[in-house]
Write a protein that binds this ligand. Structure first.
Ligand code: HPA
Length: 256
């Protein structure tokens, strides 16, 4: 993977990965150089609508920001090693702090759809790890940076938005969960459920990056509301809530 000079010479150290329906974020910031994932050797490209598949170099105030617009998932048939290629690329490009965003279902009756959750920890139920084959026994006690969580908490307070804190459980998908699976996840201590992020967090952390995870809670998880789950609902609520995330990032970035 060769890093283009435009990225290498920008001095960018902070990145954000945009999840389902959040690609819209790039429209709110001045963007410059962009690079399609498909132009990078060894990088898988997503087949899921709402996941564009490109890096965009943006500027927020005086600071450069590398945006990874779109990701690939295990459920598309990629391995855990393949779904973290963008993380490896960004590390090589000089990224030291990364904000992972996603869309997730809410299991916590106090966390309404349309609100945001700062990930305090995760439960990886996918049965996969990008570290398979080494390094072994990487310590996972503090994956989600306390410092970054504090910055996001302060940013949410300043913008008068609720920001919940909770545990994200990753399921392999591609189907949504059954109500029985959701009851199981609740008992395991999960507040939100999704199909991404944990492998990126593991890889970024193992590469020494500071990691933050922010979930857009797009729906009540299966069995918690009478309406059936749909990907359309996930992307629509994600898009409707993206404005809040834009504000959060704008407020948080100067302190990051
Ligand atoms: N389950 C799994 N993944 C999701 C959900 C959900 O309810 N909502 C958004 N992504």
């Amino acid at each position: 993977m060769t890093i283009p000079p435009a990225i290498r010479e920008s001095g960018v150290e902070t990145a954000i990965v945009l999840g389902s329906g959040l690609g819209f974020f790039t429209e709110s910031v001045p963007c410059g150089f962009s690079l399609e994932y498909s132009a990078i050797e060894g990088m898988p490209a997503s087949s899921v609508p709402g996941h564009a598949g490109r890096f965009v170099l943006a500027r927020l105030g005086s600071k450069p920001l590398l945006i990874a617009q779109g990701r690939v998932h295990l459920y598309e048939g990629w391995s855990a090693g393949e779904v973290v290629r963008h993380i490896q690329f960004m590390h090589k490009a000089g990224i030291r702090r990364i904000i992972l965003t996603n869309a997730a279902g809410s299991l916590n009756p106090l966390f309404e759809p349309g609100s945001w959750m700062s990930i305090s920890d995760h439960i990886n139920l996918t049965g996969e790890s990008p570290l398979r084959g080494g390094p072994n026994f990487f310590d996972m006690s503090n994956v989600y940076s306390q410092r970054l969580r504090g910055i996001f908490t302060a940013a949410a307070r300043d913008s008068s938005q609720p920001l919940h804190h909770g545990v994200y459980a990753a399921m392999p998908g591609p189907q949504f969960e059954t109500p029985a699976e959701i009851r199981m996840l609740s008992r395991l201590g999960a507040d939100a459920v999704g199909m991404s992020t944990v492998h990126e967090a593991i890889q970024a952390s193992a590469l020494g990056m500071e990691v933050a995870g922010i979930s857009c809670l797009t729906n009540w998880a299966a069995g918690l509301s009478p309406s059936p789950l749909s990907y359309e609902e996930v992307t629509i609520v994600g898009q409707q809530s993206a404005g809040g995330m834009v504000e959060l990032i704008h407020r948080a970035l100067p302190a990051i």
